[in-house]
Design a protein around this ligand. Structure first.
Ligand SMILES: Cc1ncc(COP(=O)(O)O)c(C=O)c1O
Length: 493
């Protein structure tokens, strides 16, 4: 057999296997997702279900309520419903199955936020704030100067003590939350190939879809590589695909993997040498578990930048995760000052900037000593929760082979579970029946323009578990998982 014949039969076999897999479309879980508002298939599904409903009515039958309410259009000419995926879809399904906000009998491993209450040894957080009248005014679109200075000071203290080139307030733009930061960035990317790695944070999908100037170029990672992006791989992607920008969450949501030390330095060197802008979403930079000898260690590419106004390194971080204040909506972008000035311009037409009083309130929390104490307490607390969940999964015969080095997420491989539970979407629905919420892996298969059908996703056999919630809630969720695994006969009752 010649080499070309081998390849030919390879792809035919693979395509045939993929078609067989599509029988999964018949699974209940997939039907729900396909019919969700804004999903690519929802109109098709609603046409079919509309016809079925008519037929059923004629026959004097009534179909399930859900299938009658699946029209993806908003009924408003010219508007389209954005896709209902990610955490919104997860919480919609959980609500349909009885979950209510604050219900203590559920374990919400779908939560993409850290617990916000007091944790041992954490500095006290303000429970009231006093406002001055001038804080009723708009804040500048790029944020108040004193907060921009405080962010620059923290980064210089943490990462740039031995460097001549230091960040100043002009290298910092304050934004109303991480997603607003990402939107500002996406809005200012010109005609460019934008590379990203899969699996990746769910919100990137819509972002990379709606801004039409940029061309999104995905690179899938797999478990054999431990979801690790070596500098060589990064270089090859940039070089071979002509990337102008690379966007990546480091630490990674959802895999919890981390590029740090010499490798991260090489990443920055590659960006500088190839003149490729590297957008590093460092939202979990304090949730680091790789260096227990060094409590409170944080990781940022800022440590490897030579000239802060030249190297094309753009960092996104904020109060959301690392200071456990998701509701404050105070975050920042750090980069060369020219770039930061363009961020201010895009903010002026997008959202107008972060709220004024909470920018003020954030300043003392960024004092280096206090921020360090925050990171120490957070790491110790989340390390314990990580250990608890990993140990318990092991006893449930669900060992995690690629445990998180950072973040509060576990990327759980379901491949050893029996059919149909080895499929993330079906597993997710089955977990809901046991009052446990997780996020199907396919939601992290950032697929701008829905070029691939959901059954063709390489991440179908995974879910993301978050150990963001308090430990008693994690316990409840894992009890639910245990019930499920017993019920399906995967572990003995
Ligand atoms: C990697 C990453 N970046 C950005 C964000 C957005 O954060 P925010 O809630 O502040 O918009 C999140 C939130 O889950 C995230 O996981």
């Amino acid at each position: 057999m010649t080499g070309s014949n081998v390849n030919k039969s390879d792809w035919r076999a693979e395509a045939a296997a993929a078609t067989t897999k599509r029988t999964e479309e018949h699974y209940e879980a997939h039907k729900f997702l396909r019919s969700a508002k804004g999903h690519r298939d929802s109109k098709l599904f609603s046409n079919i279900s509309g016809k079925l409903t008519t037929l059923a009515k004629a026959a004097g039958l009534s179909l399930a309520e859900h299938s009658a309410d699946v029209d993806g259009s908003m009924g408003t000419p010219g508007f389209e419903h954005p896709p209902t995926t990610g955490v919104i879809y997860v919480m919609d399904r959980a609500t349909a199955k009885g979950w209510k906000y604050g219900d203590k009998s559920w374990g919400n491993f779908g939560q993409g936020a850290p617990e916000v209450g007091h944790i041992p040894n954490a500095p006290e957080r303000p429970m009231t704030i006093t406002m001055k009248e001038d804080e009723f005014e708009y804040a500048p679109v790029a944020g108040i100067k004193t907060l921009r200075e405080a962010v620059a000071k923290l980064y210089n203290h943490r990462y740039r003590q031995d460097k001549e080139s230091k960040y100043t307030w002009e290298n910092v733009c304050i934004v109303p939350g991480g997603r607003a930061g990402l939107t500002r960035m996406a809005a200012s990317i010109g005609d460019s190939n934008v590379g990203f790695f899969l699996p990746e944070y769910t919100a990137y999908e819509a972002l990379l879809t709606i801004f039409k100037k940029l061309v999104p170029i995905p690179t899938p990672l797999d478990k054999d590589s431990g979801y690790h992006i070596t500098p060589r791989r990064l270089y090859r992607e940039i070089h071979d695909r002509g990337l102008g920008v690379v966007v990546v969450s480091n630490p990674s949501n959802p895999t919890g993997q981390l590029i740090e030390g010499d490798e991260l330095k090489e990443w920055v060197d590659i960006s500088r040498t190839t003149k490729t802008t590297l957008v590093l979403d460092e939202f979990y930079s304090s949730y680091i578990y790789t260096d227990p000898e060094n409590p409170g260690k944080t990781v940022s590419s800022a440590a490897y930048v030579d000239d802060v106004n030249v190297d094309p390194i753009v960092i996104l971080d904020g109060m959301t995760k690392n200071f456990r204040l998701p509701g404050w909506r105070v975050c920042w972008i750090i980069g060369p000052k020219e770039y930061i000035s363009s961020m201010a311009s895009s903010g002026s037409f997008l959202e107008g900037g972060a709220n004024h009083p909470l920018q003020q309130a954030a300043i003392p929390m960024l004092e280096p000593e206090r921020a360090h104490q925050d990171a120490i307490s957070l790491q110790a607390h989340f390390f314990q929760k990580r250990k608890y969940v990993l140990d318990r999964l092991e006893t449930l015969n669900m060992p995690v082979h690629i445990p998180p080095k950072a973040t509060f997420y576990i990327w759980l491989d379901l491949s050893h579970l029996p059919e149909p539970y080895c499929n993330g979407l079906t597993f997710f629905e089955a977990c809901l029946d046991e009052k446990m919420i997780c996020v199907p892996g396919i939601f992290f298969d950032i697929n701008p323009g829905k070029r691939r059908d959901l059954t063709a996703s390489p991440y179908q056999g995974f879910v993301r578990l978050s150990f963001g919630p308090p430990i008693d809630e994690l316990e409840k969720g894992l009890d639910g998982l245990e019930r499920l695994l017993k019920r399906i006969g995967y572990i003995s009752a």
